[in-house]
Design a protein. Structure first.
Length: 157
């Protein structure tokens, strides 16, 4: 049992990597001169990953409150990049979708993500990077699988 805080423990390392990576990604988005911020780019990327979905589930996948997400979606909707409509199964719920206009922005976000990945993986051989990604996916499945299993199937559009 630990008696002191290990600042190189799994939790510290992953938190540091995530925080620093977000900063690198933000700089890449800014350098791309996109019409979206890095935070809005994260919203769009998550939407591309999950497809049309209820707004509260998108907020959950981003680790933010639904109210915080609403501000991002308002701006993205104003730019014509996303659309929101009432869920036919529950009129109180909103389904958010990407518009066709978002495709070019998503392509530029993907390029910024690729540059970010190149920067953070520099100095690693391709096999080490591949092994790290495989391990990270397994870790994510270990901790995210139980959460996904309890979400309602009707929550997806």
């Amino acid at each position: 049992m630990r008696k002191t805080i290990d600042t190189d423990s799994f939790g510290f390392l992953f938190n540091d990597i995530a925080r620093i990576t977000r900063g690198v990604f933000a700089r890449e988005i800014e350098a791309s001169q996109l019409s979206v911020t890095a935070a809005e780019a994260r919203v769009l990327a998550h939407m591309a990953r999950c497809g049309p979905t209820r707004q509260h589930l998108l907020a959950e996948s981003l680790g933010m409150t639904p109210m915080s997400l609403t501000g991002f979606l308002d701006r993205l909707e104003g730019e014509g990049l996303v659309a929101r409509e009432a869920d036919a199964k529950d009129r109180r719920a909103k389904i958010v979708t990407l518009t066709s206009k978002a495709a070019d922005t998503l392509s530029q976000i993907a390029q910024a993500g690729e540059r970010t990945e190149q920067l953070i993986s520099s100095g690693l051989c391709p096999n080490d990077w591949k092994a790290f990604l495989e391990t990270a996916r397994k870790l994510r499945a270990n901790i995210d699988g139980p959460r996904v299993a309890v979400s309602k199937p009707d929550d997806r559009a």
